[in-house]
Design a binder for this molecule. Structure first.
Ligand code: NAD
Length: 463
């Protein structure tokens, strides 16, 4: 771990499994309560100086961006071994993290003058909060951490970060690499099980919890932050609908929908998780999606020709298996796939489920894996209503040859991001967050940085 700019060995360790083999790949450090206290204290101490020199922060973040990008080839195999994703995608994660650091290092947030007259000169100033506790999931450990590190540190906060126990190693490495770039205590990385996350969200030092993970855990985090009135940003699960309109080209749209449903083997919070298709185009779309799924090369992320890796961990593998089995039992048709692969790792056949509708668990819940339900519809208003009939509200997309018509439908989706003729188009300058149970607050863009600040009104009387 990294505490106060130094290596922090632990008395205990826990197993990290390689999902491609389901065998133990490494031991990760198990943070004790005392070590968490030390990390929090170090972050609180570092905050005093870090918050006061903006140009120093910009330079440090630029350097950090370069370090992560340069180390991507060395670090990618670690990420692949603990997460499962193919090497090129693991490499891109470190580049993307560098891009996020670079974006925030360059972001100018002007002081806002809201009154300048004979009576007063009034400015709105954004001030950092203090220590941020950051907690991340296992699907994109590095890039999702950078969505927190970059804006939080740029705004002048310091941080204690905890990755998921399924994928701690790549994030621990990031901490190690940045020891020489950031002053001691500015960025601490600890690892451990879920209880470490609970200690962090109820710890007296942090003023903000920035959390990415499931809805169930997000609610626990919100509850444990409440007694201390800690600020929270919650980036939670999604059950993103894609609605195809009746004028689509089935082959073209199926190609794009497939890629944005099966990216990272379906383990993306805002991946397409259910597809609504007009009855007239249903068979063509189902067949085209199935042909992509059938052709996908599933394997160990270390192999050069692998397109889809394993599911990251056993509980998630069991969950996907259960949801697919439940759908088939209820009458859905697995056009392709439908079961786990005969292999020691957590491999599941890329699955397209047809003849299925709302009310089936895999349509109503977040599957977070390589199985996609395709739902026929007759009436567009009814499809929009069904797409919105959920506690989730992360994102959604509408597909049509007429982008204006699609945009009108997209605006009716109750979600944080509504795409037209694309999905998963995420960028550092574009705010990302969920409506309803998919989250509170946003990440990215200036809005993401504002989430790590508090407003101060600086009012100078002229009278
Ligand atoms: P999870 O909620 O199980 O775990 C997320 C993190 O929370 C882990 O680090 C875990 O150790 C920690 N944690 C567990 N219990 C805790 C507690 N009581 N207090 C504090 N921390 C605790 O989620 P996961 O299975 O790792 O990730 C998958 C979920 O994350 C999916 O639902 C996915 O949609 C969601 N997700 C959301 C976004 C987004 O930006 N909206 C991005 C990626 C993933």
């Amino acid at each position: 771990m990294t505490i106060d700019g130094q290596a922090a060995p632990t008395a205990a360790t826990f197993d990290v499994l390689n999902p491609a083999t389901s065998e133990v790949y490494a031991q990760a450090p198990e943070c004790s309560k005392e070590q968490l206290d030390a990390a929090m204290e170090s972050a609180a101490k570092a905050y005093r100086d870090w918050k006061s020199d903006e140009s120093f922060r910009r330079d440090a973040l630029r350097q950090a961006a370069g370090v992560l990008m340069n180390a991507s080839a060395e670090l990618a195999p670690i990420l692949t071994s603990e997460q499962g994703k193919p090497i090129p995608e693991a490499t891109i994660e470190f580049f993307a993290a560098g891009m996020w650091l670079q974006y925030y290092a360059d972001l100018e947030v002007p002081r806002e003058v809201i009154q300048d007259d004979d009576a007063a000169f009034v400015e709105v100033v954004r001030k950092p909060l203090g220590v941020v506790a950051a907690i991340t999931p296992w699907n994109f450990p590095v890039v999702l951490a950078s969505w927190k590190i970059a804006p939080a540190l740029m705004a002048g906060n310091t941080m204690v970060l905890k990755p998921s126990p399924f994928t701690p190693l790549s994030t621990l490495k990031v901490g190690e690499l940045l020891r020489d770039v950031l002053p001691p205590g500015v960025f601490n990385v600890v690892s451990g099980g879920d209880e470490l996350g609970a200690w962090m969200s109820s710890h007296p030092v942090p003023r903000k919890i920035s959390f990415t993970g499931s809805v169930a855990t997000g609610k626990k985090v919100a509850a444990s932050a409440a007694p201390d009135l800690k600020r929270v940003t919650l980036e939670l699960g999604g059950n993103d609908p894609a609605i195809l309109l009746d004028d689509i080209d089935p082959a073209d749209v199926a190609d794009k929908v497939y890629r944005q449903a099966f990216a990272n083997n379906g383990q993306v919070c805002s991946a397409i998780k259910r597809v609504y298709v007009p009855e007239a185009k249903y068979d063509e779309v189902v067949d085209a999606l199935a042909s992509h799924a059938k052709a996908a090369k599933v394997g160990n992320g270390m192999d050069a020709d692998t397109q889809l890796g394993p599911i990251n961990n056993r509980p998630q593998f069991e969950r996907v298996s259960e949801l697919v089995a439940d759908a088939i039992k209820g009458g859905a048709r697995a056009v392709t796939g439908g079961k786990a692969m005969d292999s020691p790792g957590y491999f599941f056949e890329p699955t397209i489920l047809a003849d299925i509708t709302d009310g089936t668990r895999i349509v109503d819940e977040e599957q977070f894996g390589p199985a996609l339900p395709v739902i026929p519809y007759r009436d567009l208003d009814d499809a929009v209503e069904r797409a919105n009939a959920t506690h989730f509200g992360l994102s959604g997309s509408v597909w049509s040859g007429d982008p204006e018509r699609a945009a009108e439908v997209a605006e009716r989706l109750e979600c944080g991001t509504a795409w037209v003729n694309t999905h998963l188009a995420l960028a550092p300058h574009q705010p990302f967050g969920g409506a309803k149970w998919s989250g509170i607050g946003v990440e990215n863009g200036p809005w993401g940085l504002y989430g790590f600040t508090e407003l101060q009104v600086l009012h100078r009387s002229k009278q």
